[in-house]
Design a protein around this ligand. Structure first.
Ligand code: PEP
Ligand code: MN
Length: 265
């Protein structure tokens, strides 16, 4: 098993143009849930960069629970995201939802995101596995540790070993007050079992702005290699995931504390 520590004892360190992910490095990633317009994503890139992010996230193809919700700007969104990242010397992280889109998204992104809902979309995993573009694989909402590891193996089996695994919360018996339950214990568990960098997404784990920072800091304290955080300057009017978006000043506070905690490890 290529993802196993037994097969490959050293940490995988992923190098992109502006970031080094894994090993002794800590990587901040931030941006809006969806790319909403060129102007907006530019503004969010400035906020992300000013607070230590080297990777700009943003969805152009959105896996919405309802087909009537905003589905993303598609290729225009990818162009806006790319321009914003380039303007601020950042890498692009964006979701690819379908194996037929891999080629198109590859033209614009530095890192593919595989969303929670697609963690076991095996044709998609195989398709990104045939590229040499790093992949952030998000844990499915009901996926066990072995399920994630097996999903990552589909990518590695194709020859792409630049994989990071993101914990974004799972479904449990009580998700009344949080959107999901963040499994902070999975950070050391995955680090024991696999050499891939482990990333925490406190935004989808919590679902509510007020809980994002505590969960992010717990993830950092547990030893995560990075955070991926949703930000928005006007959450009430965000086209997706407004209730969990951090405003610029809130993201600054998260970021300052996250880097400070990381320093203590
Ligand atoms: C997202 O990153 O905006 C997203 C849809 O995440 P997840 O797949 O974890 O729900
Ligand atoms: Mn989102």
């Amino acid at each position: 098993v290529q993802g196993s520590r037994e097969f490959h004892p050293e940490d995988t360190v992923i190098k992109t143009k502006h970031s080094i992910i894994g090993g002794d490095n800590f990587t901040m990633m931030a941006g809006p849930c969806s790319v909403e317009s060129e102007e907006h994503v530019m503004k969010m890139a400035a906020v992300a960069k000013a607070n230590g992010s080297t990777i700009l996230r943003g969805g152009a193809y959105k896996p919405r629970t309802s087909p009537y919700s905003f589905q993303g700007l598609g290729e225009d969104g990818l162009k806006f995201l790319r321009r914003a990242a380039d303007q601020y010397n950042m890498d692009v992280l964006t979701e690819v939802m379908d194996d037929e889109h891999v080629k198109l998204v590859a033209k614009y992104t530095d890192i593919f995101q595989i969303g929670a809902r697609n963690m076991q979309n095996f044709s998609l995993l195989k398709a990104v596995g045939k590229t040499n573009i790093p992949v952030m694989l998000k844990r499915g909402m009901s996926a066990t540790v072995d399920d994630i590891l097996n999903a990552s193996e589909y990518i590695a089996a194709g020859g792409n070993h630049n994989i990071m695994i993101a914990e974004r919360g799972i479904r449990t018996f009580d998700n009344k007050y949080t959107r999901n339950t963040m499994d902070v214990g999975v950070v050391p568990v995955l680090q024991k079992l696999t050499h891939y960098p482990v990333i925490i997404d406190p935004s989808h784990a919590s679902g509510h702005t007020e809980f994002v920072t505590p969960l992010a800091l717990a993830g950092v304290a547990a030893g995560a290699s990075g955070l991926v955080v949703e930000i928005h300057d006007d959450p009430a009017h965000a086209l997706s995931d407004g209730p969990q978006a951090l405003k610029p000043n809130e993201f600054k506070e998260l970021s300052d504390k996250a880097f400070a905690i990381r320093e203590l490890l």
